[in-house]
Design a protein around this ligand. Structure first.
Ligand code: C2G
Length: 127
């Protein structure tokens, strides 16, 4: 079984998130998603509308997702990849190059972001 992992806040879920998760799942058989906790969002200087528990329930309901784990810090990716025997780390290409150090443990794939949409744009447009 080919295991894929990705991480993110996934606040105010939109087609950009879904495209990423769908393309990530197409790379294997089992998709693990590390959803950023509220505490980790603080470290990322990100303010989510939905608290972690809500974002976890929402991401777990997505057909492409097999397991949701909490993302609590920057350093956990290597441990997660080893623990879950992950084959591919996937993330949007806005992070291109940031996670190349994981190539020692698994394949690293940066997928194209979906243009024109983001959680922050949704928040701004609705104000
Ligand atoms: N994404 C995308 N297209 C968009 C918006 C987001 O492909 N229009 C992707 C991002 O590239 C990321 C995923 O969707 O791979 C989740 O995006 P965010 O919730 O914004 O996550 P981020 O803040 O980038 O957190 O340790 C990694 C971080 O937790 C990533």
């Amino acid at each position: 079984m080919k295991k894929i992992i990705t991480y993110g806040t996934f606040d105010l879920l939109h087609p950009g998130h879904i495209n990423l998760l769908r393309h990530a799942k197409e790379l294997g058989d089992y998709l693990i998603v590390g959803v950023s906790t509220d505490g980790f969002n603080h470290k990322k200087n990100k303010e989510a509308y939905h608290p972690f528990e809500s974002r976890k329930i929402i991401v777990e309901a997505i057909r492409y997702v097999d397991l949701v784990i909490p993302e609590t810090d920057w350093e956990q990716k290597m441990d997660d990849i080893i623990h879950y025997e992950v084959d591919v780390f996937v993330i949007g290409n806005d992070w291109k190059g940031n996670f190349d150090f994981l190539k020692r443990y698994c394949d690293v794939v940066y997928l194209p972001r979906t243009s024109g949409i983001s959680s922050s744009k949704i928040k701004k447009d609705r104000l």
